[in-house]
Ligand binder design. Structure first.
Ligand code: ZN
Length: 86
């Protein structure tokens, strides 16, 4: 099984768990994105892409620069929706 498929197999409850852990870490700020292979990650502080990094799961480039997300990345609408939940 590819790592990407493993990530896709996460249940909503598991994602909520990851979300809570990340939320504590970033203290309630930031935005969610996905790497080219679909792994969720979060950008803290202003939530905009200010620097390029590597996905901890697959090593693909994530983030961006000057508030512009890499074209290979995308917003993670699912995690954003969880994040907005009261
Ligand atoms: Zn990845």
């Amino acid at each position: 099984m590819a790592r990407g498929e493993l990530n896709q197999a996460l249940t909503k409850a598991e994602k909520a768990e990851v979300f809570r852990a990340m939320q504590a870490e970033i203290r309630g700020s930031g935005h969610w994105y996905r790497c080219p292979n679909g792994h969720s990650y979060v950008i803290g502080e202003c939530g905009m892409a200010m620097e390029q990094s590597r996905c901890p799961e697959c090593g693909e480039s994530v983030g961006g620069g000057h508030h512009a997300l890499l074209r290979s990345n995308r917003r993670d609408e699912e995690m954003e929706a969880l994040y907005r939940r009261p």
